[in-house]
Ligand binder design. Structure first.
Ligand code: BES
Ligand code: MN
Ligand code: ZN
Length: 503
């Protein structure tokens, strides 16, 4: 499916369907008014008769509208001005895409005159349309014997003024790059644990490096990790017959000497809990416990597509958490890459164990910032539900950039405190620290654990336990937080360009 920007006049556009908006109380948008004029007052007749009201959620497909080259007009109710928030706009884009898909048409022009969102930002509105339309068209069929029907919709054009065309084209490119990163993350996260193993994640990284000259990949096997002293990461994978991997992808878009930004993903390809076995209900969903790794893979792809002038290291700590005769047990003590020792009181708190070694490993790149992304704690779902990513950081400026990026990308995070007072929950009588801090503030104590391995750099932790996938009828990976991370990197690139040529 291709996106493009087109200019008017709307009456002359050759397409299967023009999508226009009508505001509450039947108020025609500028494009609707233009069509109404060409059609001799046809739309006004329909608003007067009450057949078109402009209510949010209304959809009417009109055929053979006089005065147009287009075959159909899809009229969308935009509702009242206060009904144009991000969540309304997303619903509207989803509804339009669903209708276009179901009608089996090949081409459409979206002509909403910027009225569907309360954010007066053409770049953002255009990019969001592309991202959300693509997300709605996503279909998973990798493990079905009957493949999904190909989508008939081939071309979606967005109608903009000539003045806005260049801006819109930039938004299209970024939107497609982000949408592809989101789809890639969903694809890999949706795969079952028997296919998506640590070695499979490594293969995906190798494939990325084959597709993009700007990405180089390096895979560390268990012997290499043993040699380095990654005792925590290796402890997690010990009970599994699938070998653990540390995957390092390096994207070079700036001067080789420039310090990189690092993204570190939790890649537990299946989390049984280990010897501290999880209860059976919904355990299948623990195949999504590599959602952080998926978002790193997706973001690296987006980054390469956007050719951002930055250096970025993507690191994935990949292991499978299984019970076995040789598995790590509660009470076992391991030595991490940092040299600090950890008493593993609960083998189900494994994410922090693989991450702590990956975070220490990140030090060798002398990074400007490090962000880890992890489906880390069930407690985060209790704290923030399924809307917000949990954010904790040792640097408020970094936290603020991520909060802003999430807001702009409509992939929001919410900050939790990382106060020292919480640290003592990790005290151990036998090691430098325990890997769990009890039930109170579970998301915070998990971040406290990580913070002990990130003292050398600016660091933020994104807990995506509540947002990485959906359960129930719509079970599937979401691709969060590729949009947030992509926006963070776009913002960094923009600041840099602004600084470089001082314009
Ligand atoms: N992967 C889980 C966290 C999780 C659970 C994410 C449910 C999404 C849904 C993580 O490895 C885990 O098991 N965490 C434990 C930590 C506890 C033992 C301190 C948890 O949250 O229960
Ligand atoms: Mn676990
Ligand atoms: Zn886990």
């Amino acid at each position: 499916m291709d996106f493009e920007i087109v200019n008017g006049p709307v009456t002359e556009l050759e397409t299967d369907c023009i999508v226009i908006g009508i505001e509450a109380e039947g108020k025609l948008s500028p494009t609707a008014a233009e069509i109404d004029k060409a059609a001799g007052g046809y739309l006004n007749e329909l608003t007067t008769s009450g057949d078109l009201t402009g209510k949010a959620g209304e959809q009417q497909m009109l055929f053979k509208v006089p005065g147009l080259n287009a075959r159909r007009v899809l009229v969308i109710g935009l509702g009242k001005a206060e009904e144009r928030k991000d969540r309304h706009y997303r619903k509207l884009v989803t509804a339009i895409t669903g209708t276009l898909k179901r009608s089996g048409i090949a081409s459409a022009v979206i002509a909403l005159d910027g009225l569907a969102s309360d954010q007066d930002d053409t770049y953002r509105q255009t990019r969001q349309f592309v991202e959300w339309c693509s997300a709605e068209l996503y279909q998973y069929d990798a493990t079905k014997s009957k493949k999904a029907d190909p989508i008939k919709l081939e071309k979606v054009a967005l109608l903009l003024s000539e003045d806005d065309t260049e801006l819109g084209e930039g938004a299209l490119l970024d939107g497609v790059a982000i949408a592809n990163g989101v789809s890639a993350a969903r694809d890999v996260a949706n795969l079952p644990g028997n296919i998506c193993t640590p070695s499979y994640l490594a293969e995906r990284a190798i494939a990325l490096a084959e597709n993009y000259e700007t990405i180089k990949v390096e895979i560390l096997d268990e012997a290499q990790m043993e040699e380095l002293g990654m005792g925590a990461l290796l402890a997690v994978g010990r009970g599994s017959s699938q070998p653990s991997r540390l995957i390092v992808m390096r994207y070079t878009g700036a001067d080789k000497e420039e310090q990189p930004h690092a993204l570190v993903g939790k890649g537990i390809t299946f989390d049984t809990g280990g010897i501290s076995l999880k209860p059976g209900a919904d355990m299948d969903e623990m195949k999504f416990d590599m959602g952080g790794a998926a978002s790193v893979l997706g973001t690296m792809e987006t980054l390469a597509e956007m050719h951002l002038p930055l250096n970025v290291v993507g690191i994935i700590a990949a292991a499978e958490n299984m019970p076995a005769g040789n598995a790590v047990k509660p009470g076992d003590i391991v030595t991490t890459l940092s040299g600090k020792t950890v008493e593993i009181l609960n083998t189900d708190a494994e994410g922090r164990l693989v991450l702590c070694d990956a975070l220490s490993y990140a030090e060798r790149y002398n990074p400007q910032s490090v962000i880890d992304i992890a489906t880390l704690t069930g407690a985060c779902i209790i704290a923030l539900g399924h809307q917000a990513t949990g954010l904790l950081s040792n640097d408020q400026a970094l936290a603020d950039s991520l909060l802003d990026a999430g807001e702009y990308a409509a992939d929001r995070a919410w900050q939790l405190p990382l106060w020292d007072e919480f640290q003592e929950q990790l005290d151990s009588n036998f090691a430098d620290m325990a890997n769990i801090g009890g039930r109170p503030g579970g998301t915070i104590t998990a971040a406290c654990f990580l913070s002990r391995f990130t003292e050398q750099y600016r660091w933020a932790h994104l807990d995506i336990a509540g947002v990485a996938w959906k359960s129930g009828k719509q079970k599937g990976a979401t691709g969060r937080c590729v949009p947030l991370l992509a926006q963070y990197l776009l913002d960094l690139a923009e600041q840099k360009e602004g600084g470089d040529d001082a314009e």
